[in-house]
Every structure is written in structure tokens, then in C-alpha cells.
Design a protein around this ligand. Structure first.
Ligand code: ADP
Ligand code: ZN
Length: 734
């Protein structure tokens, strides 16, 4: 096949370093049969040895002048990468402008550093001896030794030749490693309650979905329905149909959406087929789950962002629940978006794509309107439970009338009292943690800020510490202003800690708890608070956006929102969208049981159209207005956007490099892309590094990404890659 020197074979290996290229290695004779595309291999690299992934084998021989070193070893105790996943990581590297090796690392997040040998092997049922070439005698014998019913056989004590043959069978999909004896195929027991009869709206959606599921071709849908309208039920029913047809299901949820409640609901129905990928897994557990999925032992994969790379052999359905959620975007390299990768993967695999949301992202809704996704509306809530009544309280008027600057309005306090008197529960959202978000000097007007970041420090009273929420800096309260030395610093604004305290004093005797990053730091604390709330051991739960998502608490009849409009002022084109989503989501938490709900939204600018649309739970009104603004300013989804940030400890060097890079992008864009900046990034200094931001926009996404890629390569000498942060389709510009 290859025209290289006879007897020498080569393979291309992707390694996890930032360079956007792969490296050629020689394949020693002894490894000829085990070096396959997707194999994980140990290779010498500069002065070290690293684990890379074979992406091409055989590869063309390299230039004879280049010294080629050999692959040292094939690692089989860690996952090999199936071709469908490999091609997805290739897409990630080309589209998000990272190296292929880095993309593979992201797909195998917690690959154990020390190889973990598999313990059992079994047939997959994918084919029999007839699938093997006649001369493959060792493989044939190895396959024949495996029970036809798929029960696992221990590997302990098998000779190396037999293990090699088995490895090739696994590679070919005819056998699978299994970690536990029970992981073989199981008759699926009927468990759980009888399924709910679908509502008319659910039935109409299923009438579109189930026939599409049986066609084995890419079919994208946007399931649009209020919280509680029965979307999850539609996902699960579609999943049943897909599993019955013999294909797998990939079910993605936002990071925080993987609640015990959802897990219980899914495992009741898909027990034996279910594998859950979550951040709490140890490297070994993740590896076991990975191999179980890969070998066909788990056909229903549930997980957050990185589960989009799960090695599920033949996904027939990919669900992305709460598709608008920001946690689908990885905020470190590779900066991929799992929802967008779900679209790519569904297209590649000929699968049904089901994006669901009560407040779709502008991107997805626009795609649906343009006919790229079929839109399925669920509309109302199940059993026509009414949506909560939303009231906006004008906090400026509140201040004028009470002459006191209290963070809680009289209206909200009265509603809280009444709610608890009825024996019901309440949620209070304040999307800032700590006691006070700023410490302000009335004499010089300065705020006390982090010495490493251009940001105010937050006062955390329970720890008696000022803290920076972006770096680890913390310090005690200064006795006087660090800028001018005057005394009498004021705490400005209020965070969740202060709100909790205010509610405590307004409602003596009530059981109040707080849920934010500070109180859930301990592992399991998040679930513990939610289950205490679920058991009604807590009356009022105060918290950040964490409380807004994914829970179904029938006794909650009141939701309060403090400073609802504050996030509207952030210097990010998605500020309005995020505020709308958060408000709609949290409002949807009120009145999920039979009692109707009330939502009290406190704001300083109560007439703001985003608040009005959220209060009316009118997504389309919000969309129309927001789309107009985005179109006018050429922001996504009406333009493709890449954010580039150049960072340096020295502000002058950051600025000079940013100029060079911006110039290169302008040149490569050939007048067809719009380059804004460089200017100071919204967070101008972060962890002692100065940051200059360049925003690059174009109507053509491919063209834009390609121009940025060329620009980065052309300035490689003057601007080292590690000083640059490139974010394609950024979700947050802060
Ligand atoms: P969503 O995912 O849109 O928030 P869910 O699927 O969780 O909605 O449904 C909301 C509530 O309604 C859940 O308690 C669920 O058990 C119930 N539900 C869903 N579908 C039906 C149905 N067809 N009949 C009765 N109750 C249903
Ligand atoms: Zn800081």
C-alpha cells in the first residue's frame, strides 16, 4: 500500500501538545499488528515519553532527512478511541483550532495515568467466525473459545498470544473487554411504574419522532416547551423506541442537571442499559464505563458535556436537554460546545437529534425558524397546571417609600410569610454569592479590588474574608481605604449570604438554607441540600442560579428574585439572553404541584423589556427583540464570532502582540471579515496577566475559522501560541 522502503512501516500519532500537527513514528515489526488507528501508544517526544493516539496507520513515509523514532509500546489498559469518536475529535481540532491530541484528551477526560488491565472479555454479537479472514487462525480460535451467549470469560492466566488475538477481536468489534462478570448482556427486567399515557401534545411530538427514529438518517428536532411541559417524558419514550430498534442513546444534560431525581427516573426504565458519565467518577470508574459502553454493554449513556464523546457504537438518538445551557461550552482548551458537537455527531452517525428547551438559545431557535430543525412545541404544562403569576417590584420606588435600603421588598417578605404559613416552600434567587459584592470608599470613590485582577473583592462575612472570585486571593477587611487611607469603607450591594441573613431576621423560626458555590464545595453537598429541601426539612432555599435548574419540587409555590436586572448591564452580548433564561427558569420552579405559584421579581429598572418578556413567559417576544439587536450589531447567530485574547504579565507586550495578531487576521481575512480591536478585555487584568481582546466576525464561519488559523500560524514567531486564547463561538465574553 505505502510506497516507503520495504520492511518499514509508519504511523501518524496525535500527541497532547498545543501544536496543530501530528507526528510520524516508525512501527517496529513486533507491533505491526497492534498499532491500529485509535490505539493509544507510548512514544518518545523531545526528551520525554508521552501517550499519543494513532490517527493514521499505515502513514506515508516521512521525508528521508527527518529522523523518525519508533513507537515504544501499545497501551491496552487504557481506552482505544473508536473511529467515530476519532473523527469527532478531528472536527474539534479543525473547528476550535486546537491540536488533535488535545481534542482526544478532552474526549478521554480522566484516562487513567496508570494502565488498568481489563478483567473479562466477551463476544459482542456483532458477528461470528465468518467475519474473519481464513488465515486468521489465532483470532478464530480465540473467538471460538468465547461463549456464544456473550457471557464474560476471565482474562487471568491467558497466554500473551491469546491476549493479542483477543485485542484484535476487540479492535474489530467482535469482542469487548468487560470489567465485571455481571456486565454481560442481560434480559431487561420490567421495572418501575407503568409509563404515563402521553398528553395530546406529547403524542403529537412522538408521532414525528418515532417514525424518524426508525429511518437511520440524520433528523434534527427542537423540542420547545415550558418547564414541566413533559419534555423529559418525550426524550425517554423516544429513547425506548430507539433502543428497541437496536441502536444506542446518548443523553446529555447540563453539568448540574444530573440530579438524583433524573437518575432515578431514567434508571427505573433503562437499568441494565444505563451508563452514567459524570465528573465524580474516578479515573478507573470512568475507564470501566468507557469500555462497557464501547463493548455494547451499556446502550443508554447519560452524562454532561464530555459524554458527547462517549464511544457508543451506534447512537440512534442524541438528546441535548436544556440545550441553551452555558455549561455545554468548555471554558478551557479545547473550547468545544457539546450541543454543537452533538449536531455534528448526529449527522455523522445518521441519528435523531433532539434538542430540548423552555428557552432555546438564539442559535437553535434561529436554526429552527430557518427550517434546519423541525420544531416540536409542547406548549402548556402537563394537566394544564397554570404558569406562575409573575409580579415585578420596583426597587427604586420601594426605596423612596420606605426610605431604607433593604435588599428585600415588603412585598416579598409578606409573600414569604404567607407561603410558610400555608406550609409551602419558597426559593429565593440572588445570582451573586458572598455577603457584599464590593467594598467602596466614599472618600475617594474607589472600590477595593484584587491585586492580581481588575475586579472588586467580595466580602464573605462567615469567613471574615475579602475574596476574589476569579483567582485564589483572599484577605481580611482593611481598616481603611487602601487607595486614599480614609476610614469608613462601605459594603456595597448584597450577595446570597446577606439575603439569607435578611430572610432569617424577617422570618424567625423558619428553616432557611443557602446553596451556592460556597456551600456546595464539599462533595455530595449539592445533592444533600436538594434532598433535604425535597423532604421539606428546609422552608426557604436561597441561592445562585444553582437553585434555578432541573428540580421538580411540588411544594414550592413562591419564587423570589433579588436584583433581577443586574446581570443585564454586563458587557457581554449575551447578557439579556442569560437574564431571560435564568428568570424564566426560576419562575418555572413555582407551582409545579397542584397549588399555583407566585413569582416576585425585584428590579431597579422594572420596565426593561427583557423583564417584561420573562414575566409574561413570552419567549417569542424576547426572541424578536433580541434577534433584531443581534442582527443589527452583527452578533451570533447572525454572524460567526471568534474571540481572541492576548495575555501577558507586561501590559505593553500584551498590547503590541495583540496589534500584530489583529493585523494578521485583517490581512488573512482579505476584507471579508470584520476585526474589532484590539482593546482591553472586559476583565482587563486576570491573575496578574493583562488581557487584550480582539473580536472577529464574518457571515461565513468556515472562512472565519480558516483565516484565524492562518493568522495564528503566520505570527507564530512574534506571538507564541500559549500567550493567545482563541474561542470559536464564545459563550461568554467576560
Ligand atoms: P419537563 O422535562 O418539560 O420539565 P417532565 O417530563 O419532567 O417535563 O414532566 C413534568 C411533570 O409532569 C413530571 O412530574 C412528569 O412526571 C409529569 N408528566 C409528564 N408527562 C406526563 C403525562 N403524559 N401524564 C402525566 N404526567 C406527566
Ligand atoms: Zn483576583
Amino acid at each position: 500500500m505505502s510506497g516507503g522502503p520495504p520492511g518499514r512501516a509508519f504511523a501518524a500519532v496525535a500527541v497532547p501538545i498545543p501544536a496543530r500537527r501530528v507526528f510520524t513514528y516508525e512501527v517496529p515489526g513486533a507491533l505491526l499488528r497492534s498499532v491500529l488507528v485509535g490505539s493509544r501508544v507510548l512514544v518518545p517526544f523531545q526528551t520525554r515519553r508521552i501517550v499519543g493516539t494513532v490517527v493514521e496507520s499505515p502513514a506515508p513515509p516521512p521525508d528521508p532527512s527527518i529522523e523518525v523514532r519508533p513507537i515504544e509500546k501499545v497501551l491496552d489498559g487504557i481506552p482505544t478511541v473508536p473511529e467515530s469518536v476519532l473523527s469527532l475529535t478531528r472536527f474539534v481540532s479543525d473547528y476550535y483550532l486546537c491540536s488533535w491530541g488535545e481534542a482526544i484528551e478532552a474526549a478521554l477526560p480522566a484516562a487513567p495515568r496508570t494502565p488498568l488491565p481489563p478483567r473479562f472479555v466477551r463476544r459482542t454479537g456483532a458477528g461470528g467466525e465468518e467475519a474473519l479472514p481464513p488465515q486468521a487462525r489465532a483470532r478464530r480460535r480465540a473467538l471460538e473459545a468465547l461463549p456464544a451467549d456473550g457471557s464474560p470469560v476471565p482474562l487471568a492466566g491467558l497466554p500473551p498470544a491469546r491476549r493479542n488475538a483477543l485485542r484484535e477481536l476487540v479492535r474489530a468489534g467482535l469482542a469487548a473487554w468487560v470489567e465485571r462478570e455481571e456486565d454481560g448482556p442481560r434480559r431487561r427486567g420490567v421495572a418501575g411504574p407503568p409509563p404515563l399515557a402521553p398528553t395530546p401534545a406529547q403524542a403529537a411530538a412522538l408521532d414525528r419522532l418515532l417514525p424518524a427514529a426508525s429511518r437511520r438518517e440524520y433528523a434534527p428536532f427542537l423540542l420547545f416547551g415550558a418547564t414541566g411541559s413533559g419534555k423529559t417524558e418525550v426524550y425517554l419514550r423516544t429513547a425506548e423506541g430507539v433502543l428497541a430498534s437496536g441502536r444506542g442513546v446518548l443523553y446529555l444534560v447540563p453539568e448540574i442537571g444530573l440530579t438524583p431525581l433524573l437518575l432515578a427516573r431514567i434508571s427505573r426504565r433503562f437499568e441494565g442499559d444505563l451508563a452514567v458519565l459524570h465528573s465524580g467518577l474516578s479515573a478507573g470508574e470512568r475507564y470501566r464505563a468507557w469500555e462497557r459502553i464501547r463493548g455494547g454493554g451499556a446502550r443508554f449513556v447519560l452524562g454532561a458535556r464530555s459524554a458527547v464523546f462517549a464511544p457508543l457504537p451506534d447512537p440512534g438518538l442524541i438528546v441535548v436537554d436544556e440545550e441553551q445551557d452555558g455549561s455545554y461550552k468548555q471554558e478551557e482548551a479545547p473550547r468545544y460546545h457539546a450541543r454543537d458537537l452533538a449536531v455534528v455527531r448526529a449527522r455523522e452517525e445518521g441519528a435523531l437529534l433532539l434538542l430540548g428547551s423552555a428557552t432555546p438559545s438564539l442559535e437553535s431557535f434561529r436554526n429552527a425558524r430557518a427550517g434546519r430543525y423541525e420544531i416540536l412545541r409542547l406548549g402548556e404544562r402537563v394537566e394544564s397546571r397554570p404558569l406562575a403569576a409573575v409580579r415585578i417590584v420596583d426597587m427604586r420606588r420601594e426605596f423612596l417609600e420606605t426610605r431604607a435600603s433593604r435588599p428585600l421588598s415588603r412585598d416579598l417578605v409578606a409573600e414569604l410569610g404567607a407561603c410558610l404559613a400555608r406550609g409551602e416552600q419558597a426559593l429565593v434567587l440572588r445570582n451573586r454569592r458572598g455577603w457584599a459584592p464590593a467594598l467602596h470608599c466614599p472618600t475617594c470613590g474607589e472600590r477595593v479590588s484584587c491585586s492580581r485582577c481588575s475586579l472588586s473583592l467580595t466580602w464573605h462575612r462567615s469567613e471574615a474574608r475579602l475574596r476574589c472570585h476569579y483567582c485564589a486571593l483572599e484577605r481580611p477587611l482593611p481598616p481603611c481605604c487602601p487607595s486614599c487611607g480614609a476610614e469608613g469603607l462601605n459594603l456595597l450591594g448584597e450577595g446570597t449570604e446577606r439575603i439569607e441573613e435578611e430572610i432569617r431576621s424577617a422570618l424567625p423560626g423558619a428553616r432557611i438554607e443557602r446553596m451556592d458555590r460556597d456551600t456546595v464545595r464539599r462533595r455530595g453537598a449539592h445533592e444533600a441540600i436538594l434532598s433535604r429541601f425535597d423532604r421539606h426539612e428546609i422552608d426557604v432555599l436561597v441561592g445562585t442560579q444553582m437553585i434555578a435548574k432541573g428540580h421538580d419540587f411540588p411544594r414550592v409555590t413562591l419564587v423570589g428574585v433579588v436584583s433581577a436586572d443586574q446581570t443585564l448591564g454586563l458587557p457581554d452580548f449575551r447578557a439579556a439572553e442569560r437574564t431571560f433564561q435564568l428568570l424564566t427558569q426560576v419562575a418555572g420552579r413555582a407551582g409545579r404541584g397542584s397549588a399555583p405559584g407566585t413569582v416576585v421579581v425585584q428590579a431597579f429598572d422594572p420596565a426593561h423589556p427583557v423583564l417584561a418578556a420573562a414575566a409574561a413567559q413570552d419567549y417569542e417576544a424576547f426572541y424578536r427583540r433580541e434577534a433584531e439587536y443581534r442582527r443589527a450589531l452583527r452578533y451570533p447567530p447572525f454572524s460567526a464570532l471568534v474571540e481572541i485574547v492576548v495575555e501577558d504579565a507586561d501590559p505593553g507586550r500584551a498590547a503590541a502582540r495583540a496589534e500584530i495578531l489583529a493585523e494578521a487576521v485583517r490581512r488573512e481575512g482579505e476584507g471579508r471579515i470584520l476585526v474589532s480591536g484590539p482593546g482591553p478585555a472586559p476583565i482587563e487584568r486576570l491573575k496578574s496577566r493583562w488581557r487584550r481582546q480582539i473580536l472577529v466576525r464574518s457571515s461565513g464561519r468556515r472562512r472565519l475559522v480558516a483565516a484565524v488559523d492562518r493568522a495564528l500560524a503566520s505570527v507564530e514567531r512574534e506571538v507564541p501560541r500559549k500567550a493567545i486564547l482563541v474561542d470559536v463561538d464564545p459563550v461568554s465574553l467576560l
